[in-house]
Design a protein around this ligand. Structure first.
Ligand code: TYM
Length: 345
């Protein structure tokens, strides 16, 4: 889009979100949350972290458990180090501007763009005629989450890359069609960083660590205690070879590569650093070291999570405050957008 204006001059803002479906796991932590915590340290950028309960209803869900699932995700954010004083933590559905913006962006996004989304294909499965329309337009709601804050950076894991490219396409198209030479929306930068950006299942190094995997041994949950973490790492699938000395030699060894990546992401090192220390050693030596690192980082998070989740009223107070902060930024953006597209009033 050569005539798309790219002269966005607004403030730097960070937004990200997670679904409140099931428990958060190590992949969510290393792919996203850990970076959320880092980003909030820079006070020049406002950070918005939502629990995307509107996305959660695109698949069959239980209305009775959804509110507690939102509280549970919010508690996990805080336990992992997101500070509700610094960052706005809120439920997506508590900020109506997301839905208003999503409608407008539904009319900007093209059907062909959405038809290319691999996550829809994965989630809808074989019988896509029976999928909800919401599941199909899911990535547009995600773009609305981002653009309703004019967020300039979005920290996520690698699996969100395609959705963030779509968000940029939507922003560019809006700017071109309605911007009158101005970039109304930023072309948001995805922050997909480091060895934690794609954490794989502990049972199968070729599939992503995921909440929906039937085997609980495939993932480390943020709520797991130290014993459970150590047990799951001990049981993790490996191969018979010792660890190699170089990253190149991890090629074709999915499980080994994943465990080295987890160690690197937790300890803030590169895979090369980890191999410099452990190259030549077998998993009998590496797994206990990995378990120690994992417990060292995750046990305080799970302890804090358990403390927070026991006080629902406190979580609700924090979510209410977060939603007020979010609305104060999102509502003026959607009001301006409504004017831009010519709505009455
Ligand atoms: P969700 O809930 O599936 O995942 C939340 C975050 O965790 C990351 N993640 C992983 N990272 C590394 N390895 C893994 N195995 C792994 N599994 C999950 C995801 O990349 C994500 O960053 N559509 C989004 C939620 C969303 C959103 C948004 C994100 C809705 N609106 C706006 C950013 C901005 C999702 O389903 O994430």
């Amino acid at each position: 889009m050569s005539d798309t204006p790219t002269n966005y001059k607004g403030p730097q803002r960070v937004l990200s979100g997670m679904q409140p479906t099931g428990r958060l796991h190590l992949g969510n932590y290393l792919g996203a949350l850990k970076n959320w915590v880092e980003l909030q340290k820079d006070a020049s950028r406002e950070c918005f972290y939502c629990v995307v309960d509107m996305h959660a209803i695109t698949m069959p869900h239980d209305p009775a458990t959804l509110p507690d699932a939102v509280r549970s995700a919010a508690a996990a954010y805080i336990a992992a180090g997101v500070d509700p004083e610094k960052s706005a933590i809120f439920a997506q559905s508590a900020v109506p501007a997301h839905a208003e913006m999503a409608w407008i962006l539904n009319c900007v996004a093209r059907l062909g763009w959405l038809e290319r989304m691999t996550q829809f294909k994965d989630k809808a499965g074989k019988d896509k005629e029976r999928a909800s329309v919401g599941l199909f337009t899911y990535p547009v709601l995600q773009a609305a989450d981002i653009l309703v804050y004019k967020a300039t950076q979005v920290p996520v894991g690698e699996d969100q890359k395609q959705h963030l490219e779509l968000c940029r396409d939507i922003a560019a198209r809006f700017n071109r069609d309605f911007g009158k030479g101005e970039a109304v929306f930023p072309l948001t930068e995805p922050l997909i960083q480091g060895p934690g950006a794609r954490i794989m299942s502990l049972r199968d190094g070729t599939s992503k660590m995921s909440k929906s995997d039937v085997s609980d041994n495939s993932r480390i949950n943020l709520e797991d205690d130290a014993d459970m973490i150590a047990r799951k790492i001990k049981k993790a699938k490996t191969d018979p070879e010792p660890l190699p000395a170089t990253v190149e030699e991890l090629e074709g060894r999915a499980e080994a590569s994943n465990l080295v990546g987890i160690y690197a992401a937790l300890s803030g090192q590169t895979k090369a650093d980890v191999l410099a220390e452990f190259g030549g050693q077998g998993f009998g030596a590496f797994k206990p070291a990995l378990a120690d690192v994992a417990v060292q980082y995750l046990a305080p998070i799970s302890d804090e999570y358990r403390r927070l989740i026991s006080d629902k009223a406190e979580i609700d107070r924090m979510l209410t405050k977060g939603a007020e902060r979010a609305r104060a930024v999102a509502q003026p953006v959607v009001d301006e957008t409504k004017k831009t597209v010519g709505f009455w009033g």
